[in-house]
Each structure stands twice: as C-alpha cells, then as structure tokens.
Design a protein around this ligand. Structure first.
Ligand code: NAP
Ligand code: HSE
Length: 582
C-alpha cells in the first residue's frame, strides 16, 4: 500500500479518525459508472470497500452523463465560444454537483466524507482555458481534509489559472485530475474505475476474440487505448512513474498500466453468482434493493416468515419480488445459491439457516449477531469442513468496520483490550433523551428509523451489545468471555441517564481470561466516544504494546448495515470468481 506523510490531524474532538499514516488511495469515477444520481450508492460502495481496508480515499468524480454537454450548450445558447475564459466556471458545476452527491451517498452509509470545490482544491494549471495543463497543487488543503475525514470527494476536470480563474483540463480531464493528485500526493498508483474490466487489444464488444491485458505499458495503453484513458493523463503517468489501474466497477477486474507490459490473454466468460437472501426487513430489504440491480449477481430467493406481507424494496415493484419469496429455509437453499446473505431477526432461525447453508458448501455473510455469536468457532469449523466461507462484519457496528479494525490490530501484534460503543439504538436514544424527549418517544423514533431490534428489550437491556462484545472478543483473543457483566438498569424508563452518558463496552484479557462488561458511563470519556451522535458507534483497540486502532461509523440502520453485508458479499464474490477463473 502506498503511504503518505500528511499533516497531523487537528486536535478537535471529532478528528480522532482517520489515524495519521493510514494509506491514501486516489480513485476516479467517470460518467460511465456515475451516469446519474442513482449510481451514487454503488460508487459509495467502491469507496467503502477501500475505507474498510484501512485506507483514506480521494474520490475524483466527473459530471453525470451528458451534464458537461448540457452546460456547454447552455453557454453556447448565449453565443459563447469554447475558449471564452468565463465558461469553465460554469461547466465545472457539473463535477461539483456529482462530488456533492457522492459525498452524501458516502455519509448515508456512515463514511466520514467531505467535498472540496475546484477553487478549494486549488490545482494550478497553465495553457488554453478549455485544455489547460496542471502544474502545481497547494497540498495543504487536501492534506488537511484527508487528516480530518476518511473520504474527500473532489471534482475532476477543473483547475485554476495563474489569475485564479477556473479552467478545464480537456475532454476526459478527470483522468488527468486523478493522476495529477496521486502524483502530487506522492502515491505510486491510481485507480480509474470504469464500466469495462480493463484494457483490451481490440474492442471486446465488436470482437469476441479480443484479449485483455492484465498488465500493459504506458506506450501500449496509448496505442490501444481508444479513449479508455485520457492521452494527457497517460503522458503524465509515464512522466511521473505512476501505475494506472483501470478497474471494473462491477467485480474489480483490472489492468495495471505501468512501465512493464505483458501479452494480453483470453478472458473466460464468467457466470453471474447466485445469491440467496434470508430476511427482507430493514437490512435484508436494503441489501436486496442494491442486489436486484447488480450485474454480478442473480438473486435466486428470499427467505421470510410471511410471503404475503407488504414489502418496501426501493426501486423494485412488489409483484416482481413475489416469485423470489419463500418461507422455508430448505426451499431457499434448494435454489442452489453460491452465497447466502443472512439477515433474519430470529437467532435460532438464523443459526439454523447458516449451518444448513455451510453444510451445502454455500458461502455466508451474516448480520445476525445473536446467531453467529452463539458458536463462532463451531460455525467456522463447519465452514472449513465444507470449503465454504463465513463472514460477519455486518453483525457488529452497522457500517463501522469493527471486525476489520480488530483483525488489523491483531495482525500487528497481540491485543490487550478494547472499548466500544456498540448499540446504535441506545446511543440514539441517549441523545434524544438529552434533548428532552420522553423515553417512549425516543424508543419509538429509534424503531421508526430501523435501528432497534424486533424485540427492542435486547437493545435496552444490553444483550445486543453483549453479543457484539462476545464476537469482538472472539476476533481479538480467539475466545469469548464466559459471561458479559451487564447491570440490570442499563437503560430504562425508570432511571434517567446522566447527561452525556454512553453505553460503553469494555473487554480485556486478564491472566488468560476474557473479562467483559457493558455499562452506562458518563464523565471522562475518550473524545472518540463522547463525540458520537445519533446511531453512531466506535471502537478503540489497545495492543499489548500500547498501540491503538480506532474506527467509527453509523452503527445501525438500513443503508450502513446493508453496505457492510454487501462488502462481505464482495469478498465472497471475489473468492468465487477466482474459483471460476482457475
Ligand atoms: P427486521 O426488519 O425485523 O427483518 C427481519 C426479517 O427476518 C424479516 O423479513 C422476517 O420475515 C425475517 N424472519 C425473521 N424470523 C424468520 C424466520 N423464522 N423465518 C423466516 N424469516 C424470518 O430486522 P432487521 O432490522 O433487518 O435485522 C435483521 C438482522 O440484522 C437481525 O439479526 C439484526 O440484529 C441484524 N442487524 C440489524 C441492524 C439494524 O440496524 N436494523 C444492524 C445490524 C445488524 P417477515 O418480514 O416475513 O416478518
Ligand atoms: N439494534 C442494533 C443497534 C442494530 O441498535 O445497534 C445494529 O446491530
């Protein structure tokens, strides 16, 4: 991973993340993958996957499809020529609009995202106002934004001339923006996310015998490119020694364009993966609304208790969903899925369908912490015995990558302890109660927002948090506590919480024994926890050597949790595709 020395994070309470030294990735999304507002969630998913890997992301975006032409036509309506020096300021609004929407889509799933305008980003460029060449960057603004946020979304295509006026970097100029930023940040590679899976020796749509490069030289890319990467951008890559990864939006296939090339090869056609979903409520329904428009997969069935119940799957008509619904786990698995996404609200039913799937060699991603925390070691053993994989990131922390943070910490050395806020409902209610809401109203709001469990006493009595602590302890120490110590009155209508209280989970290794508790804590809290508003959750891992790992995010709700489940699906899909390619 490339790394970058950046300015230290600001000392403000909410700026605990991202940690200094986290690798930075520059990703560019053009109008082939960000054609309009409906594509923003899928772009946010690509960004989320990198953040989950521990990176900060600079996302460079183009205007939505047709937007630049529309803006140019509007200007031409006034009789303006392309080289009118005032025109670029109008045109770059297209990129600034898609940047703002992409940041919103990131925020929806709990990523800490910010945007910069062309003026704030401050790329300096020289030459014709519609085809200028970037020459300098005031790195301080971008570096500060990266120090404060996980994701910084910036408009491509635009820059500023020596007089501070907006200029354009030529058609396809967002590629150039991304490469220039990567080079100025001292990175050695950049990702251009496209709707094609790499560079081919001829047009794969016109010729089925076209061969794909896994690796191509800059010169080869220029010769074969056919507009895949802006030629100016390839010149810059060669001049600055940057590897350009042309990456597929759908399944991550990529061609690495750099100093060395390799002969292209035939790519065997892939079949779509068959995915079954257990649960069609807050989480399962959210995942389904994304899966049903995902080119990688075919949804083969959806397990529910009551197929006749009305369903709300955004963008998908109820009558189209009906043939997918089943109320029997065996009937679901008989449809032959490669992967099961499990988001049932019942622990027993969830545990049973996970076991049944693994026994058939089906990979599973689960959001059901009560099911997977029951016997994680046993489930993993079962998975291994049947050459299947089981992932459970979505079970803990909603969209906050807690499992990944713990695994990264553990990979760096033994873990001594961790502390965490692990229940979105309780954190949300504590804020509402602090604002003067009644207990019943705060709970009703948490339920309406989709944060609470089907039986919310699990949230209020600390049992939901306890299940998550057990699973995190398993990740941290390879064993779970015998019991999690929870006082009776963790959060109840009868005992108003002290101002600023948080439901804090603590877990540590004590003479080889795992000790864990869930408590309502007020007073001197780590700013990481004190700053958590709404349904947000956070985790702090302390290594035996005193090192710290942290993460935070939206701890509950449809979109963050579905995102985590889909990121697990992405990992499982990559494994299945690799098996297909082998
Ligand atoms: P939900 O809205 O209540 O949906 C639960 C779904 O499970 C429903 O579709 C229900 O079917 C189905 N179901 C329950 N028992 C079943 C059974 N025995 N057989 C077949 N289907 C059954 O729950 P949710 O909020 O999506 O949560 C799902 C899981 O994700 C839970 O384990 C929860 O702890 C976990 N989770 C939730 C969140 C969150 O923010 N909501 C976040 C992280 C993890 P019907 O629709 O027919 O009733
Ligand atoms: N009910 C859970 C919570 C859902 O509020 O945290 C996320 O696991």
């Amino acid at each position: 991973m490339p790394s970058l020395a950046l300015v230290r994070p600001q000392p403000a309470a909410v700026a605990a993340l991202p940690l200094p030294g986290a690798p930075v990735v520059v990703m560019k999304f053009g109008s082939s993958v960000l054609a309009g507002p409906a594509d923003a969630p899928a772009v946010a998913s690509d960004i989320y996957a990198e953040v989950r890997r521990g990176c900060r992301v600079v996302a460079v975006v183009s205007a939505f499809a047709g937007e630049t032409d529309r803006l140019l036509a509007e200007a031409r309506g006034l009789g303006l020529a392309h080289d009118n020096p005032l025109l670029p300021a109008y045109v770059v609004q297209g990129e600034e609009r898609s940047a703002a929407l992409t940041a919103l889509a990131c925020d929806r799933i709990g990523l800490d995202a910010a945007t910069l305008t062309v003026r704030e980003l401050g790329i300096r460029a020289e030459g014709p106002c519609e085809h200028a060449r970037p020459v300098a960057l005031d790195r301080a603004v971008l570096a500060q934004a990266l120090a404060r946020h996980e994701v910084v979304v910036v408009p491509g295509f635009g820059a500023l001339d020596p007089d501070g006026r907006a200029v354009l970097l030529g058609r396809g100029g967002s590629d150039l923006t991304a490469l220039f930023l990567a080079a100025e940040l001292g990175l050695d590679h950049v990702q251009l996310v496209k709707d094609v899976d790499g560079l081919y020796d001829r047009d794969p749509n016109a010729d089925p015998d076209a061969r794909r490069y896994d690796q191509a030289s800059w010169a080869e890319a220029k010769a074969r490119g056919g507009g895949l990467v802006q030629p100016d951008a390839l010149d810059l890559a060669e001049a600055r020694g940057l590897c350009v990864e042309v990456r597929n939006h759908a399944d991550g296939h990529r061609t690495a364009i750099g100093a060395e090339g390799a002969p292209p090869r035939r790519v065997p056609p892939r079949r779509r993966l068959k995915v079954a979903v257990a649960g069609c409520g807050v989480v399962g329904g959210g995942a389904l609304s994304r899966l049903l428009v995902d080119a990688r997969v075919e949804v083969v069935g959806v397990l529910v208790r009551d197929p006749a119940k009305p369903r709300d799957i955004p963008g998908f008509p109820a009558e189209a969903l009906a043939p997918l619904l089943v109320d029997d786990a065996d009937a679901l698995l008989d449809r032959g899925p490669d992967i099961l996404l499990e988001a049932l609200s019942e622990a027993d039913a969830g545990h049973a369908v996970i076991r049944a799937a693994l026994q058939r060699g089906v990979d599973v991603a689960s959001a059901n912490k009560q099911a997977v925390s029951r016997d994680p070691a046993g489930l993993l053993t079962l998975a291994e015995a049947h050459e299947a994989k089981l992932l459970w990131s979505a079970s803990i922390g909603g969209g906050a990558p807690m499992v990944e943070t713990l695994r990264a910490a553990r990979a760096g050395g033994p873990v001594a302890a961790f502390e965490a806020v692990l229940n979105g409902t309780v954190n949300f209610m504590l804020e509402r109660l602090g604002d003067g809401a009644s207990f019943d109203q705060a709970l009703a709001d948490a339920r309406a927002a989709g944060f609470a469990e089907e039986d919310p006493s699990s949230d209020l009595e600390g049992l939901d948090a306890a299940a998550k602590v057990r699973l995190l302890a398993f990740e941290a120490f390879g064993q779970m506590p015998d019991e999690v110590d929870i006082p009776r009155d963790v959060l109840s209508a009868d005992a108003p919480p002290p101002p600023g209280a948080r439901q804090l989970c603590r877990c540590r290794l004590d003479n080889g024994r795992v000790v864990a508790e869930v408590r309502l804590v007020a007073g001197a809290l780590d700013p990481l926890f004190a700053a958590l508003n709404g349904e947000r959750n956070a985790l702090k891992v302390i290594g035996a050597d005193g090192s710290e790992g942290r993460c935070r995010g939206r701890g509950a709700g449809r979109w963050p949790t579905a995102e985590s489940l889909l990121a697990d699906l992405g990992e499982l899909a990559a494994r299945r595709f690799a098996l297909q390619d082998a």
